[in-house]
Each structure stands twice: as structure tokens, then as C-alpha cells.
Design a binder for this molecule. Structure first.
Ligand SMILES: [Zn+2]
Ligand SMILES: [Zn+2]
Length: 665
């Protein structure tokens, strides 16, 4: 028999005397004894398999060693079995019969594995530690894993005899032609599981970088009417560094969680009486909102946008015209119905209002591109289960704008919007992002998407062309478009590994026509403009939620709700401190004097809890010489700086919206 190696070379593999087909292990041996020893599995025509499974003739085979990224997937699956063996050992040691430990499924998942158990008692955190110890012993014992198959009837009888309804159900559901395979580790005294594989050849090759994380209830087959099992989660990595980084990300995610930090830093609250998903901005949060709005307004004004304003609710008619009804109905709040039968909806989007503003006056090609901007407040109905802090809310203020342009102007306008995104990302120090071109799916035409097959193809090509021209990396995704046209989603990743769709940029060929928007071109003919929808700063809610986690609450000076905390050493320094605060305020900076009766250390600790970027301490020396001593991230202990120089330095950092403020010269 022969197979092909990754470099295209043909390799002859001897067929063994027992006439069974050669296995992945036989292929590795045929290549050489060194590789046979290092082999953990194989990839057969791109699919991960193990050394014991048969390899079909003519397949393309690559041997997997511990250097390959697939190795950890094999180890994670085997660890699920090792964990199951450890659980059985634990209960047998407590005097329970082995058959009282029954098992559901134990798959590989992202970063690790889990296994579902039906056990005589509930597991505790202490059990996890004990189980991990037993698992390490099983790994160290270097048990070989042996694969064998059984006829379906025999396999069923085995689990029926053991009184295990879960495995019986799994076998019954397997397709009739599917072989029923088992993996046995450490012989009959060890552990055997119904399993498709693949696995590492021996438990001893598993690296020790694994950890059991938690136990949680999980319904058998995800069905609430079936028994609740106990699911143990574990993580496993190839190196200690990867495991440590993963555990760091989990810890950091807990500390940085914007719901926790948002409360500690007095940024927002969600009040039951107001309603779920309807955040209230506290004064400190409102300052951040104002700063971001100021940023948007300045940037947009310089880029030729005009500001408009529109109401929060409107007649049903407008959303029928826009197509939000019916395409977007399930994300909308139910209507308010008046006595005369008129229905009003709160707005889920600002677009139809801007279209009406465009339509309110006639336009010639000379007016285009026309860019209308508004920080519009929108309301979207989200399932209560989907709500999450500031990230998934029911009321939101959006950095919205609509650009009406000719087809010839499209590319330039589109590229300018992309520039806007990258400008903002630089400002916030977001460097892990990806653009995604979200396209329609032909089967959704007339349902999820307006039924204009040719226009879809044309606009998708236009967007793709512009992205290529801008030389930004992007991926394409089917069936993710807006109902009126293709869009660009910008996915960003925070340092703690969380992904968000922060901003979108959409091309709309449908709504301008539905709203009968026109302009008169050079030849005095009526034409329909294209519309670009864009919201690079997303909503205040989502952006600030992200920034809290991104900066772990240590905002850049320009965005920090409180930029300077002034701590007078004694009562006699309060007057100087107040004067300093006034001078900072005159320079447009936000400072507070802590004149409470607390001791100085307690005052400094309080300022640190609020993550105030500059903590200024003033005493006799400072008051006499009009100086400040301060601590900041860059300068943890800076003594006796002229107050004038300090104020000027901060004013400059604020005005330029610096991500990091350099030390004072
Ligand atoms: Zn398995
Ligand atoms: Zn829009």
C-alpha cells in the first residue's frame, strides 16, 4: 500500500501479516524509527486521526508530533478520558460501586475539554483538586491507549449490563454503518470508553500544563426535560506559558469586567425600577460621554459633516417605508397605539429621519457628498437573557452619520470613513482589530435582504474594491449583511481576549430609492444617491464598556472623569489647594480637592481606587514656592514642579488627547 507525504512524495507502507490495513503508526514507522517514536497522531487528508486508526490507500498523510498545533487537541481529548478514570477511582475509593459512576459525553472544546457525569453525590471544589492529583498520577503511569471495535449488539449489551442509559442512548443514535469503537487505557483495570477518538498513544506523552476549572450543572443533551448531569471543565495547553497566559486572562477579565469596574469607578448603574438594559450614566460616566461626543463632533466637523437632530419616536409609516418593518421588527419595541389607531414606535435607528432631512430640500450634484451626523438615541429590544452590562443594552446613543453621494464619489467617501476608524483606533491604542466584509446570502433575498440580486453583487464588488485599494486586511463573511446592503464590521479584541464588533460601515442602495431621494446631475437628470451608514465610535454604551476593560479603568488623561486629585497635607494647605484647583479648571482640567478629615494615606488610597491619573500632594514647601509634588503612572514620585509648568503640561496632553503623557521636562 502507499500514501503521499506532505511534500508530495509517495511512500510505500508494508501491509502487516494480520492483513489489517496499515495504521497511522505504520506510516510513521515506514518514514523512520525516529519519527515513529515522536509521533502522537496523524493528519489524514487534513483530518486529525490517531496512530491506531487505519489509513486508506492513496491518502495524504502528515505525522503529528508535539511540535504541531494539533498535538494539544489529541492531548485534550485523552485528558477527558483520564479525568473520567479519575472520577471513577475517586468514587470507588469512597466505597461506591464502579457502575454508580455514569457518563455522558466528554468532548474537546476551545482551550480544553469537559466531561458530563451522573454521580451518586455532588462534586465540590475540593474534589476538583483531588481529581487533578489522580489525573497527574494516571498521566505519570504512562498507560497505553488501545483502540478496538465491537459489533453493535455487543456494545449495547455491555452498557445495558452496566446499567448505563447514556451510553446505550449514544450507541442507539449512531448511524447503522458507523463502527462502534472503544478506547481502553491501562487495560481492563484502567478505563474504557465508547469513543470515536482520536487520542495520543500513551497518557505519558501528555504535558502537565492542565487544570480543572469548575463543575457546573448541564442537562443531558442540552434538554431541560432530561436529567441534570455534573459537567467538569478543564483547560490544557502545550506549554506552561500558554496555560499561565490563559489563567492570567481569566483573572484579569474578572478584575477588568466593565460591570464591576463601572460600579467601583461610579461610571454607570442599571436600576431595576428604570429597567433592564437601560443604563444610567453617573456624573463620572457622563463626563466620559461628553468627552467622546466632543471628539466625534470636532473630528466630524473637520471632515465636512453637518449636525442634525431628530425625535425619539415616529409613526409606523416611516419604518414601513424604510423597511425596518418587517425586516427589523423583532429588534424593535412594540408600538404605542393611540385611540385613533395611529401607531408610534421608538426608533431603533436614525437612518429614516436623516433620509427625510435629505428629502426636505432639493439637491444638485454640487451639494454632494452630503454628510449628516447625529449622536442619536436609539432603542432596541434585546432578549433579557442577552443583556450584558453596557455591551448589550436596550437604549443606546450612537455615533451615527449618513453620507449621501454619487456612485463616482463612493470610493473616496468610503476610504475617508476607513481612515476615521484607524484614526480613532490609534487614539485609543487599539491595535488588535480586523475588518470583515459582511455579504448577503442569495437564499435570504426577499426575506432577510431586499430582493435586488444585481445590486447586491455590484455593491459588494464596490466595497471589496475599496478595501483592496485601502490595503487594509479583511475577511469576507456570507449572510451577515444589513438588510439594505453589504457592510464592514470592525472586530476588535481586548487585551483579555474578548472580541467585540465595535463599529460598522454600511453601503445602502435600497433605502435612498425607497425614500425617493434624488439629486439633479450635470445633465439635469434626476438620479438616486448612494447612502453610507457609519458609526466608527459605535455607541457610547459599547465603546465605554470596551474602554473600561481595555484600560482596566486607567483612562488616558483626556478621558479620565477626574484628572487631578489634590491632597493638602494639613488644613493650612487647603487654601493653596483650592487656588490650584481653580487654575486647573480655568485651563479646562477636571480636578478635586480632598479636604476631608481622613489621614493623608487614606486620601491617596481613595484617589488610587478611582484611578485618578495625577495625585498632587501640597504642603508648606509647595504652597510657599507655588509648586506641586505628584504621582502618576509615568512618574510615581515627582517632587517640587512649578504649578504653572504642571498645568501647562496637562492642558497640552488633554488638548492633544494623548494616550500616554510624557514625563514633565
Ligand atoms: Zn473520547
Ligand atoms: Zn443608518
Amino acid at each position: 500500500m502507499f500514501v503521499f507525504l506532505p511534500d508530495g512524495r509517495r511512500l510505500d507502507v508494508p501491509v502487516r501479516a494480520d492483513a489489517a490495513s496499515p495504521t497511522g503508526g505504520d506510516v510513521a514507522s515506514a518514514i523512520g524509527p525516529g519519527l515513529a517514536k515522536a509521533a502522537l497522531g496523524v493528519k489524514v487528508d487534513g483530518k486529525l486521526s490517531d496512530l491506531q486508526s487505519a489509513v486508506p490507500a492513496g491518502a495524504k498523510v502528515a505525522v503529528v508530533t508535539k511540535k504541531d498545533p494539533e498535538a494539544i487537541l489529541l492531548a485534550r481529548h485523552t485528558l477527558a478520558h483520564v479525568m473520567a478514570q479519575a472520577v471513577r477511582e475517586l468514587f470507588v475509593a469512597e466505597g461506591f460501586p464502579a457502575a454508580s459512576v455514569r457518563m455522558g459525553v466528554g468532548p474537546v472544546i476551545e482551550n480544553g475539554f469537559y466531561y458530563d457525569f451522573d454521580l451518586p453525590r455532588s462534586l465540590t471544589p475540593d474534589d476538583l483538586e483531588a481529581l487533578e492529583g489522580r489525573m497527574r498520577a494516571i498521566v505519570k503511569a504512562d498507560l497505553p491507549l488501545v483502540k478496538y471495535e465491537l459489533p453493535r449488539a455487543d456494545a449495547l449489551r455491555r452498557f445495558q449490563d452496566q446499567g448505563d442509559p447514556y451510553k446505550v442512548e449514544l450507541i442507539t443514535d449512531l448511524p447503522a454503518d458507523e463502527p462502534i469503537s472503544f478506547y481502553e487505557q491501562g487495560g481492563q483495570a484502567g478505563f474504557t470508553d465508547l469513543c470515536r477518538g482520536p487520542h495520543v498513544p500513551r497518557t505519558g506523552v501528555i504535558a502537565p500544563h492542565f487544570k480543572l476549572m469548575s463543575v457546573a450543572g448541564a442537562y443531558w443533551r442540552g434538554d431541560e426535560s432530561r436529567p441534570m448531569l455534573q459537567r467538569i471543565y478543564g483547560v490544557a495547553f502545550a506549554t506552561k506559558e500558554e496555560l499561565d497566559h490563559h489563567l492570567w486572562q481569566l483573572e484579569e477579565a474578572k478584575k477588568r469586567d466593565h460591570r464591576k469596574l463601572g460600579a467601583e469607578l461610579d461610571i454607570f448603574v442599571i436600576d431595576e425600577d428604570v429597567g433592564p438594559g437601560l443604563p444610567l450614566w453617573l456624573p463620572r460616566g457622563a463626563i466620559m460621554v461628553e468627552e467622546i461626543e466632543r471628539l466625534a463632533k470636532e473630528t466630524e466637523e473637520a471632515a465636512g459633516y453637518q449636525r442634525v437632530r431628530s425625535p425619539h419616536l415616529t409613526k409606523e409609516q416611516l419604518f414601513l417605508k424604510s423597511g425596518h418593518l418587517p425586516y427589523y421588527a423583532e429588534s424593535m419595541y412594540p408600538p404605542m397605539v393611540f385611540e385613533d389607531g395611529d401607531k408610534y414606535y421608538v426608533k431603533p435607528m436614525n437612518c429614516p429621519f436623516h433620509h427625510k432631512i435629505y428629502a426636505a430640500r432639493p439637491h444638485s450634484y454640487r451639494d454632494l457628498p452630503l454628510r449628516l451626523a447625529e449622536y442619536g438615541t436609539c432603542y432596541r429590544y434585546e432578549d433579557s437573557g442577552a443583556l450584558m452590562g453596557l455591551m448589550r443594552v436596550r437604549s443606546m446613543q450612537m455615533n451615527d452619520a449618513h453620507i449621501y453621494c454619487t456612485e463616482g464619489q463612493f470610493e473616496e467617501e468610503f476610504l475617508k470613513v476607513i481612515d476615521l476608524y484607524t484614526h480613532y483606533f490609534e487614539l485609543f491604542g487599539i491595535d488588535d482589530y480586523q475588518m470583515r466584509l459582511s455579504k448577503h446570502a442569495p437564499e435570504g433575498l426577499g426575506k432577510k435582504y431586499v430582493n435586488e440580486p444585481e445590486l447586491w453583487v455590484k455593491t459588494e464588488a464596490m466595497v471589496r474594491g475599496a478595501l483592496v485599494k485601502a490595503d487594509v486586511p479583511f475577511v469576507e463573511e456570507e449572510d451577515e449583511a444589513a438588510f439594505y446592503g453589504p457592510k464592514i464590521d470592525v472586530q476588535i479584541k481586548s487585551v483579555i481576549g474578548r472580541e467585540f464588533t465595535l463599529a460598522t460601515n454600511q453601503v445602502d442602495f435600497a433605502q435612498p430609492a425607497r425614500f425617493e431621494l434624488t439629486y439633479v446631475d450635470e445633465n439635469n437628470e434626476r438620479k438616486t444617491p448612494l447612502c453610507l451608514h457609519r458609526a466608527p465610535l459605535s455607541t457610547h454604551e459599547r465603546l465605554i464598556g470596551f474602554l473600561i476593560e481595555h484600560f482596566a479603568g486607567h483612562f488616558p488623561v483626556w478621558l479620565a472623569p477626574e484628572q487631578v486629585r489634590i491632597v493638602p497635607i494639613a488644613d493650612r494647605h487647603v487654601e493653596y489647594a483650592r487656588g490650584l484647583q481653580e487654575r486647573l479648571a480655568t485651563a479646562g482640567l477636571r480636578a478635586r480637592v480632598d479636604d476631608s478629615n481622613e489621614r493623608m494615606n487614606a486620601k491617596i488610597r481613595d484617589a488610587e481606587l478611582y484611578k485618578v491619573p495625577y495625585i498632587v500632594v501640597v504642603g508648606d514647601k509647595e504652597a510657599a514656592a507655588d509648586e506641586v509634588s505628584f504621582r502618576s503612572k509615568q512618574e510615581p514620585d515627582r517632587q517640587a514642579v512649578s504649578a504653572e509648568a504642571f498645568i501647562g503640561h496637562l492642558k497640552d496632553a488633554h488638548a492633544r488627547r494623548l494616550l500616554n503623557v510624557s514625563p514633565l521636562g
